[in-house]
Design a protein around this ligand. Sequence first.
Ligand SMILES: Cc1cc2nc3c(=O)[nH]c(=O)nc-3n(C[C@H](O)[C@H](O)[C@H](O)COP(=O)(O)OP(=O)(O)OC[C@H]3O[C@@H](n4cnc5c(N)ncnc54)[C@H](O)[C@@H]3O)c2cc1C
Length: 221
Amino acid sequence: MERVKILTIEHLTHDVLKIVTEKPATLSYHPGQAVDISINKPKWEQELRAFTFTSLPADKHLEFTIKTYPSHNGVTQQLLLLNKGDELLVHDVFGDIAYKGEGIFIAGGAGVTPFIAILKQLEKENKIGNNKLIFANKTASDIILGDKFRQLLGNNFINILSDEKIANFEHGYISADLIKQKITEHTQYFYLCGPEPMMQAVERHLSSLGITDSFIVKEAF
Ligand SMILES: Cc1cc2nc3c(=O)[nH]c(=O)nc-3n(C[C@H](O)[C@H](O)[C@H](O)COP(=O)(O)OP(=O)(O)OC[C@H]3O[C@@H](n4cnc5c(N)ncnc54)[C@H](O)[C@@H]3O)c2cc1C
């Protein structure tokens, strides 16, 4: 376990924080992985929660992109009270998501965080290629880093909103038909990350499209 100071803490959306911290010298990870974090304050050191690195392994600092739930009275509510100079405790690194090849990234809400890291790494290596991102949110105000994804992916960035109807955005929940429309000869892998009910629905859709598990890379949040 390592102690790191918060260098910057800011809002990316109404409920999502970007937190940049010091990086322990010995820490290593790959894009898509997460780490257990706790807050270095009395009564909070033992409350571990998983957060994905949205920085890249070669970066000098760590960055996290964290959706906060003030009503849970949990760790993310406490994160909202932190300032520059406060400390986090960084525990074990883990995570099942890693880039294997071109495909479609399918994210719900904060489930986009592993794909932020992977797409930033691909951008750095000039390998964005034909990758696509289908990003499901409740409303447009919930979209994390929309401008960045638009710049990286252009028309291969597909937004779907369940609670809001907006021109050029899909409306409703991710369907088998929407996924099918986006599949091309370049689509090899399907990367899934989001809340459990969304994951279950998308896995059913993929199965109905004849996609086998060996082409699905996933992690539930
Ligand atoms: C591998 C992995 C990587 C992750 N990476 C990220 C990431 O990069 N960014 C991100 O934003 N999230 C990420 N998550 C999700 C993140 O870990 C959780 O959102 C976070 O743990 C929530 O912590 P919390 O203490 O605020 O709330 P919780 O632990 O969900 O809740 C705290 C307490 O609130 C109560 N509670 C729970 N649900 C409700 C509810 N609906 N209403 C009222 N009270 C409730 C319960 O008593 C609970 O004990 C990741 C998860 C995994 C597994």
